[in-house]
Design a protein around this ligand. Sequence first.
Ligand code: ZN
Length: 190
Amino acid sequence: MRSANMHALHRRPPANGHTGPMTTPTQRRYEPWMRLALAEATAAEATGDVPIGAVILDPTGTVIATGRNTREAEGDPTGHAEIVAIRTAARTLHERATQADPTSPASWRLTDCTLVVTLEPCTMCAGAIVLSRLARVVFGAWDPKAGAAGSLYDVLRDPRLNHNPEVVAGVLEQECADALDRFFEGRRQK
Ligand SMILES: [Zn+2]
């Protein structure tokens, strides 16, 4: 369970992290999409779900999927924003391919696509990210308690796995952390 003290928990990068108060041009480039992911995160609260949101971009930067936490909404322990978005993105790409060629075999690869998510992915989501062959993962806040992109584990950049996406951390980190802090603070007051 989440501890009572959520303050600052999502703001501490791991010791080997590169993020600090400075924002890099790479981080700034993904801010518009992170704002879309944040809107998804906010929408999750309507069903009592933890505000975590995600979007997936195709190589041209077009959003092909959105996702938000649906664990409470769907009663699904695997209903994390990343999983929801990955499933939708794969469906979108498959529909595109079959429109161009109805005999096109189903493709599950998200090659050259980018996942933008408000919180560092957990081990389940990091595993799904590797399996889906996403080219890049961009995340907002760190999750020192469960993060698998550098905090607790670094599944995404484990060289023993057959695929390693590029990782861009700390995009709109403060806003992403604030959304989570507000949610858990509101819960404690109930
Ligand atoms: Zn997850």
